[in-house]
Write a protein that binds this ligand. Structure first.
Ligand SMILES: Cc1cc2nc3c(=O)[nH]c(=O)nc-3n(C[C@H](O)[C@H](O)[C@H](O)COP(=O)(O)OP(=O)(O)OC[C@H]3O[C@@H](n4cnc5c(N)ncnc54)[C@H](O)[C@@H]3O)c2cc1C
Length: 403
């Protein structure tokens, strides 16, 4: 609705039409029906960033530090996502997950994982070798942890349904609307779009995924974190390996980096995926194996935090790079718990780039991170399980917008 100066004027502008921005817009409209809310998305469609390039796993919440935002919001999100999907006729397959230990070191880490999961109130069960063989004859290990509530969905479909609901609730979703500059004053927030248009709002929420740090910088929001893109490459299996596993099969996560390891995912549309790995990406938004963007590379290498991260984790980084280039290396990550797989089974599939916030001291930000000013809220770190947790993240952000 135009104001006296002829500018469109809103109660809240949401930057980013990924699953988190859309869930936030929905939550804003549910909390204050009739408020004027617009979602601005720079791409041609909603849900085409990380939201449309992930594993599609509704995480039960096994992995997250008790007391963290991730632990609380993932647990709530697992339930909220399934309920939303039920209401909107979106298919969810509750196939469950096995985290498989293949040696005694991993067994000790699996026990620690199980203890953390139980502290978080997650339903898990210890599985011995005989039961593992019975549940998944093609998977081997010394022990496993079963999470029956883990499930799969198409998060792109969830995002589109969220966008429809935003519109039904009276909000607007505008695509091809890239936010260029944000200026906050005592009375409101002025938003300039790339194509020259200007909007005014009382408040702004930014959920810009891989551009979160740049959008925060354009709004003069103080933060020391920088987004580092990590690409995840997937393979799929040919038809004759159909039925290899029934459940999600995960390794025990390694120590240090916050990624879950190359896993096997039976998707909601009937494929079996292997992946993703985690390799430093040369582009934030090109979801291809060799995507390159000179500005993104320049930004990354000029950030001291990346060099410090490299010093700490160069071995893991080198191994990930090798496994990315050499299919046998990639396969070795999976064949230790699924030995019948061969490199001839790997059919290249797709790539998805993750946004992971990094501090200047080289520490990867583990939890979701949110920065606020009097009139703005910026989601600065929303890596996995933020797709699972999007609905409660939206509710959390609403509390901060209207506080
Ligand atoms: C390989 C991979 C596997 C994953 N697996 C899982 C999983 O199984 N389960 C799970 O829960 N999570 C998973 N995740 C994480 C999950 O996908 C993300 O946490 C989630 O999608 C984040 O949503 P978002 O809305 O914050 O970001 P995005 O989906 O990236 O959306 C951000 C949007 O902001 C837009 N934008 C950016 N800048 C601007 C601007 N200036 N103006 C307007 N629009 C802008 C972008 O175009 C984009 O559409 C995975 C991620 C990846 C990459």
């Amino acid at each position: 609705m135009p104001d006296a100066a002829g500018q469109d004027s809103y109660d809240v502008v949401v930057v980013g039409g990924g699953i988190v921005g859309l869930a936030t817009a929905r939550a804003l409209l549910r909390a204050r029906p009739g408020s004027r809310v617009v979602v601005l998305e720079k791409a041609d469609d909603v849900g085409v960033g990380q939201t449309g390039h992930n594993s599609g796993v509704i995480h039960a919440g096994l992995y997250y530090r008790p007391g963290s935002l991730k632990a609380r919001l993932c647990r709530a999100g697992e339930r909220a996502t399934k309920e939303f999907c039920r209401e909107h006729g979106i298919e969810v397959k509750e196939i469950g997950k096995l985290v498989v230990a293949t040696d005694h070191d991993e067994r000790a880490r699996l026990d620690a994982l199980a203890a953390g999961a139980r502290e978080n109130g997650i339903d898990v069960r210890d599985i011995d070798v005989a039961e593992l063989r019975e549940m998944e004859p093609n998977v081997t290990g010394v022990a496993a942890l079963h999470s029956p509530r883990s499930a799969v969905v198409d998060f792109g479909e969830v995002a589109r349904a969220l966008a429809d609901e935003v519109t039904e609730l009276g909000g607007e979703v505008r695509v091809r609307s890239e936010v260029d500059r944000i200026a906050e004053s005592e009375t409101g927030v002025d938003v300039s779009l790339e194509h020259g248009e200007r909007l005014r709002a009382l408040r702004l929420v930014a959920c810009a995924g891989l551009q979160a740090d740049r959008v925060a910088a354009s709004a003069h929001v103080r933060t020391d974190v920088r987004i580092v893109p990590f690409k995840g490459e997937y393979y799929t299996l040919p038809g004759h390996r159909e039925g290899l596993v029934e459940r999600l099969i995960y390794p025990v996560p390694g120590e240090g980096l916050p990624f879950l390891g190359v896993h096997i995912t039976p998707t909601v549309d009937g494929r079996i995926l292997l992946g993703p790995n985690a390799v430093l990406a040369m582009s934030r938004e090109k979801n291809t194996r060799f995507g390159f963007d000179a500005d993104d590379v320049r930004d990354a290498v000029s950030f001291g935090g990346l060099w410090k991260l490299g010093q700490k984790h160069w071995r893991t980084g080198a191994k990930e790079l090798w496994n990315s280039l050499v299919p046998d290396g990639y396969l070795s990550e999976v064949s230790k718990y699924c030995p019948s797989l061969r490199s001839t089974d790997l059919v290249g599939y797709r790539t998805g780039v993750r946004a992971q916030a990094l501090r200047p001291d080289g520490t990867l930000v583990d939890d979701f991170e949110i920065a606020s000013t009097p009139r703005q809220v910026h989601m600065l770190n929303a890596p996995s399980p933020a797709a699972t947790a999007a609905i409660p993240i939206g509710e959390e952000l609403v509390g901060r917008v209207w506080e």
